[in-house]
Design a protein around this ligand. Structure first.
Ligand code: ATP
Ligand code: MG
Length: 403
């Protein structure tokens, strides 16, 4: 076992003092070299209460080699966040020589606003450990987004060192997240444009055609006399079915391009969507919508309408719910839409909308639509207890607000 320590001495002669300082410097150099190579099992840190010795009992060279070859930064800290040990990767992250990292305070690598967050996290971390994302200040003034995993260390490992940290560079992950967001945004835009085109085709061509056939079938039914018996009945049936088909096409066209938003307003359109959903699926829908004092911006209304459509689609497809509640409220400077079902629920962590979603686009596009108009989307779901989708969008500055 090798230890280094400082001694308090009576005032020596200058040349002796210089020699001593040189010796101490050489010793410190040697200590750092030994720490890095894994030969040493103790470190001395000069603190407010004088020098403190930190020992690593039973340190294994293999662990050192492993930690040095990691692609993540690794640190051990004292409770006052003095860095006892850092691997080369951490030194590269903060663009600082390792010698200057060890023995210094971890706080210097954190922006002021993240220090308090880390402090409270360390308090909460207790025995189990936890994670936080921060921007790391590098020596050259640049910033690196990192995820810090914090683990309190047992006394059996590092004697006196109580915190272990692993720092993963999130630059690449952030870039991928940004790309995914941009891609989803583009998909949503294209989807909207495509829906508009299809709606127009349906309205201008198919509905017109169906109306013409309907008119003709009506004329045919009128021409047939009671003597034609079954044929007249058939013609009447045909006219009825054509009427239903025309209505269905109109409904699809309306859903694809909600031009009715402008004509009827958001609340009426949300009501119509809820009623149509309840009639078609048999799931009871309760609507609690406040009357808005003024129309919302067109983008906000469209986002809310599309989010409701997507949420109802999910209820129909996945939830096996019996009841759905749709609630539109004004909350201070926000408009809030909540869609709550009492279905089977799911684990949102396995479908984190906007992150590593498995396959489906629904949740992702809901989040994207909300964020495009400056809003946020929350998903709360509990297995066998249902799902709540809550979207909040800021109102324009001059809008009247109520609670
Ligand atoms: N209300 C809900 N109740 C139960 N599970 C749900 C609900 N909403 C979403 N899910 C679950 O979350 C998953 C992701 O939903 P998402 O809408 O993103 O995709 P999808 O519905 O599978 O596909 P898409 O929306 O692209 O047609 C679903 O596959 C389902 O397992
Ligand atoms: Mg879906």
């Amino acid at each position: 076992m090798k230890t280094t320590h400082y001694k308090r001495t009576s005032r020596p002669a200058p040349s002796r003092e210089l020699a001593k300082l040189r010796a101490r410097l050489a010793e410190a150099d040697e200590t750092l070299r030994a720490i890095r190579s894994g030969e040493v099992d103790s470190v001395v840190v000069a603190g407010k209460q004088g020098p403190q010795v930190f020992t690593l009992e039973g340190a294994e060279h293999a662990y050192r080699v492993l930690i040095e070859s990691m692609n993540e930064g690794a640190l051990t800290l004292t409770t006052d966040k003095t860095i006892l040990y850092a691997n080369q990767c951490f030194a590269r992250m903060v663009k600082c020589p390792l010698e200057q990292v060890m023995g210094s305070s971890f706080r210097r690598f954190l922006p002021v606003e993240d220090r308090a967050a880390l402090r409270s996290l360390l308090k909460r971390a207790g025995k189990s450990g936890s994670k936080i994302q921060v921007l790391l200040n590098a020596g050259d003034g640049s910033h690196t987004p990192v995820q810090i995993s914090i683990r309190p260390l047992t006394k059996n490992g590092f004697n006196g060192a109580t915190i272990g940290m692993v720092l993963a560079d999130m630059t690449e992950a952030r870039r991928n997240e940004e790309m995914l967001r941009a891609l989803t945004h583009r998909v949503v835009q294209l989807q909207e444009a495509e829906r508009g085109r299809v709606a127009l085709e349906l309205h201008d061509n198919i509905t017109q055609l169906l109306c013409a056939i309907l008119f003709r079938s009506q004329a045919l039914a009128d021409k047939l006399s009671a003597r034609d018996g079954p044929a007249k009945k058939e013609a009447a049936k045909l006219r009825e079915l054509l009427g239903e088909a025309a209505e269905e096409v109109e409904r699809i066209s309306r859903n694809l391009r909600p031009s009715v938003l402008e004509a009827l307003g958001l609340v009426a359109v949300l009501r119509a969507a809820g009623t149509e959903f309840a009639d078609r699926t048999g799931v009871a829908v309760k609507l609690a919508c406040v009357q808005l004092p003024a129309p919302l911006p067109a983008g906000t209304e469209l986002a809310l309408y599309r989010i409701l459509q997507e949420a109802l689609k999910n209820v129909e497809k996945h939830a096996r719910a019996r009841h759905v509640t749709v609630c539109l409220r004004l909350r201070g400077a926000f408009v809030q839409l909540a869609i709550h079902d009492d279905g089977i629920g799911f684990d949102p962590d396995h479908h984190p909308a906007g992150r590593k979603g498995k396959g489906g686009l629904g949740l992702l596009s809901m989040r994207e639509r909300a964020s495009y108009v400056g809003g946020t989307l929350k998903i709360k779901s509990v297995r066998r207890a249902g799902t709540k989708i809550e979207v909040r969008i800021p109102l324009p500055p001059n809008a009247t607000t109520a609670d």
